[in-house]
Ligand binder design. Structure first.
Ligand SMILES: [Zn+2]
Length: 442
């Protein structure tokens, strides 16, 4: 089906960002076929279905480079025991119980709800990191089904850790990686690992072997808290990145999430090996783990992308948080204006290109038809020259009206079309208290 998304302001992004007023994007099936002046597009594609985008801005769909769908049911839950004083206690008292308490139905619902949130926020591609030790086998199939139902794109993995059982999760990753193969542009697979401090050398080596055999990268939390660095130094005699490099985890397809507590030599190693880093500013602030040396990593040429770490599915909010955090942390109002949007708009594109083999994040003929269409009446002139100002101070608070992925309209007039949010949320409210009760008994 051919569709004209017309009469809006089109921001193409990509290598040569153009801002086109009163323009249209034409899609045919899952691909963008033309971009240009609205009247001209109507003349060239008269039979296309028309979607009026007056008073709206049309952007490429956003990419989240690190998410945890499974964290959904923790919202509003009372955490048993004394408040956690540090990051390791947050894991022990909250997340390492949440993952054990979720069962089959919870896995499905806790994927469906953030996927709806992704649609609501124009986030069309997600790299997720899943954990559910009480139901490992087949858990990635459940999430895959939810992603396909939503109509979004995702790279999925299961987090391997030795903390419950040695090598737990390796089989599920291997099975899913084999099943997905090279992927179909909608679903891809990675080898997931929790973090250096919960995996033995032997476990990591097994994971790396499987990842290499199938040509996929590893997706692992790295030096999120100082405890991961201290553990690596004391047990292996080297910092976290060096330990993982020695075991073969680094590389252009591998994602090292966070990298808050890394030194200069580790950053050099990340740059030399082309390893991807994903920054999650809201999560780092929430867990009070410290400030990622983002500007230093970027200066050294490390490819740093942006994720939510399960906090939410709103990439523009993450972008603005990165902007604010690094200005304050550096006490320098000259920084992060370009860097924070670069993580989201350029670097996440490159990360997804490596994972899914697609060039997303650009409105141009031949590119995949993934769009986020937001209500926006610019109060000042808007052009290529000042787009970032509108992005950081205006668009971040604009409401997404229409979301398109693979050419399919997933939300129109703010109505999600592929999922029944009311029914899914109601079922989740029924099951969450049962999950909380199981968690209390752990
Ligand atoms: Zn994470």
């Amino acid at each position: 089906m051919t569709i004209r998304f017309e009469n809006g302001i089109v921001v193409t992004l990509g290598e040569n960002n153009r801002v086109l007023w009163n323009a249209a994007v034409v899609t045919d099936g899952d691909t963008i076929t033309a971009v240009g002046e609205a009247a001209e597009m109507k003349r060239l594609y008269p039979d296309a279905e028309a979607v009026d985008c007056s008073g709206k801005i049309i952007l490429p769909g956003f990419i989240c480079a690190h998410h945890h769908f499974y964290s959904t049911m923790a919202r509003g839950m009372a955490i048993p025991g004394e408040p956690a004083e540090n990051f390791v206690q947050i894991l022990e008292r909250l997340w390492w119980k949440v993952d054990r308490a979720i069962l089959e139905d919870d896995i499905l619902l806790s994927a469906q709800l953030p996927l709806i949130d992704c649609i609501r926020n124009g986030t069309t591609t997600i790299i997720d990191h899943h954990a559910s030790p009480s139901m490992r086998d087949g858990s990635l199939d459940i999430i895959e089904g939810a992603v396909r139902q939503a109509g979004l794109r995702a790279s999925l993995c299961y987090e391997v850790s030795d903390r419950n059982v040695k090598g737990g999760g390796i089989a599920e990753n291997e099975r899913f990686i084999k099943k997905v193969g090279k992927g179909d542009g909608q679903i891809a697979a990675m080898m997931g690992l929790h973090a250096s401090f919960t995996v033995s050398d032997e476990t990591v080596e097994t994971c790396v072997g499987i990842a290499r055999e199938h040509g996929v990268g590893c997706h692992i939390h790295v030096a999120e808290d100082a405890a991961d660095r201290v553990d690596s130094l004391s047990r292996y005699g080297v910092p976290t990145v060096n330990r993982l490099h020695r075991l073969g985890v680094t590389g252009e397809k591998s994602i090292f999430v966070h990298c808050v507590h890394v030194d200069e030599s580790e950053m050099d190693l990340l740059a030399e090996t082309g390893t991807i880093v994903v920054h999650n500013p809201e999560s780092n602030m929430n867990n009070a783990v410290g400030v990622t040396p983002l500007l230093t990593m970027l200066k050294k040429g490390v490819l740093v992308g942006l994720g939510t770490d399960g906090m939410n599915s709103d990439m523009l909010v993450q972008m603005r948080t990165a902007y604010l955090l690094h200005r304050l942390a550096n006490r320098d109002p000259r920084v992060a204006f370009v860097e924070a949007p670069t993580l989201l708009l350029q670097n996440n594109r490159e990360i997804v290109r490596r994972q899914l083999g697609l060039t997303l994040g650009e409105i141009a003929p031949g590119r995949p038809a993934d769009l986020a269409i937001l209500d926006y009446h610019p109060p000042t002139p808007l052009s290529e020259a000042n787009f970032l100002g509108h992005l950081i101070f205006g668009l971040v608070d604009a409401v997404v009206d229409t979301t398109v992925c693979r050419g399919q309209i997933l939300m129109r007039n703010k109505q999600v079309l592929t999922m029944d949010e009311e029914r899914i949320a109601a079922r989740s409210r029924e099951l969450a208290p049962q999950m909380w009760k199981r968690l209390e008994e752990l």
